[in-house]
Design a protein around this ligand. Structure first.
Ligand SMILES: *Cc1c(COP(=O)(O)O)cnc(C)c1O
Length: 403
């Protein structure tokens, strides 16, 4: 890894933003390179160059299908998680519009789902965001009360990118299916972290993305169970059975399959390691920082409550933006769920949906650990952060008053 003057960092940077993206694993890159250079054929061509690409594409599809517990014919390559989410939501809603015209999604979905749902309103669909509990759960009762005979699809993410909360997807699927409603889950943040199997979950559609699992950016998959109708969003050739036309990104598919193999091979050991890191980190900060709260559920032994590598904390009275910038000066990369739109910082819709006040939501920081994260990294951030927070709080008039 390269750091130093060109990055403006004095010391080895600590990257705690794995939920935003991850570096490509060297083994993934090695697997991809031939399909951008000597094996460059168009997978639709009839000659040997084309066949070579086609074989790689179909082998990748088969690998991904097997790892998800799906049939090869149920895997569709996309340009990433965003497109996969769009295809699932809009593609299914449009295909079923004549029969049912209502779509439900959780209030804590990734913007790819939330914005797709808003776009559907303009086409005459009824869309509704399902509320979540303080910890971020969609309850079976919430879903059951919201369902009606006009609902074609429900989209509830498996694990959340901002706070890590893991939904009880099999239970929610049962509720949806009892009303003959299809179920999509965005599992982008679950891959390689917790078990994902389409039959165990029971879902009809599922989204994954390569760059969140040490694969390349611009590659993803939407799984669609056999028989699920989807209207294509874009039109062109017969690639991906016409559901997602466009010359296939063979190198991306190869990279996604390889990345998935690699993260699944170390999933169990990483899960244990992340629990230890997460607990150590939170414990250290709790003993040093007052008025700090964890967003999302606590970890519970033997239960899937939260993806342990995601730690989202609110620091009452300290705004997120200066925290991020102060940590960046210390070579620590973190993020917040807040978005900067036209100069003003907007609080995270996810935290607001979980009942946070706008002020507290704006004071939240997401630490997302990954493969490269060590105990030493966590210790160093645990050392730096209390000073950063107290310095920022001292400059905050609100916090000084409240003191
Ligand atoms: C990153 C992410 C996406 C979007 O995936 P891209 O490949 O970046 O388009 C969708 N859903 C979740 C939960 C994500 O974390």
């Amino acid at each position: 890894m390269k750091w130093g003057k060109d990055l403006g960092y004095e010391m080895k940077p600590i990257y705690l933003d794995h939920n935003a993206t991850t570096p490509v694993d060297p083994q993934v890159l090695d697997a991809m390179i031939p399909y951008m250079t000597e094996k460059f054929g168009n997978a639709s061509s009839m000659h040997s160059f084309g066949r070579e690409g086609k074989v790689a594409l179909e082998n990748s599809r088969a690998t991904i299908a097997e790892l998800l517990g799906a049939e090869t014919s149920e895997i569709y390559f996309t340009s990433g998680g965003t497109e996969a989410d769009n295809i699932a939501l809009k593609g299914v809603a449009r295909a079923l519009k004549k029969k049912r015209s209502r779509v439900l999604y959780s209030a804590i979905e990734h913007s790819a789902i939330r914005q797709s749902a808003l776009a559907l309103i303009d086409e005459g669909f009824i869309t509704e965001a399902l509320p979540v509990t303080k910890e971020g759960y969609v309850t079976e009762k919430t879903l059951s009360d919201a369902l009606d005979d006009n609902t074609s699809l429900v989209s509830i993410m498996h694990s959340n990118n901002e706070v890590g909360v893991i939904q009880d997807i099999p239970a929610l699927v049962e509720v949806a299916h009892s009303r003959r409603t299809l179920f999509h889950t965005d599992a982008v943040q679950s891959m390689g972290k917790i078990p994902v199997n389409v039959d165990d979950l029971g879902v009809d559609l599922l989204t994954i993305s390569a760059h969140k699992i040490y694969g390349p950016k611009g590659a993803g998959v939407v799984y669609a169970r056999s028989g699920v109708m989807i209207s294509p969003l874009v039109h062109g050739g017969s690639h991906e059975k016409g559901r997602r036309p466009g010359t296939e990104n063979v190198a991306g598919a190869v990279g996604l399959a390889k990345a998935l193999e690699l993260v699944l091979a170390r999933q169990e050991s990483e899960y244990k390691r992340m629990i230890e890191l997460s607990e150590k980190f939170i414990k250290k900060l709790r003993s040093r920082i007052e008025n700090m709260s964890l967003n999302g559920p606590e970890l519970v032994e033997g239960e899937l409550t939260r993806v342990p590598s995601t730690v989202n904390l609110s620091f009452d009275g300290a705004e997120g933006e200066p925290i991020i910038l102060s940590l960046d000066i210390e070579s620590v990369a973190v993020s917040s769920g807040s978005a900067c739109s036209s100069g003003a910082v907007e609080p995270s819709p996810v935290l607001l949906a979980m009942g946070s006040t706008p002020e507290l939501a704006k004071s939240s920081i997401r630490f997302s650990m990954g493969k490269s994260t060590t105990v030493a990294d966590i210790d160093r951030v645990g050392e730096i952060l209390p000073d950063v927070i107290s310095r920022i709080r001292k400059m905050s008039p609100q916090y000084a008053e409240a003191d």
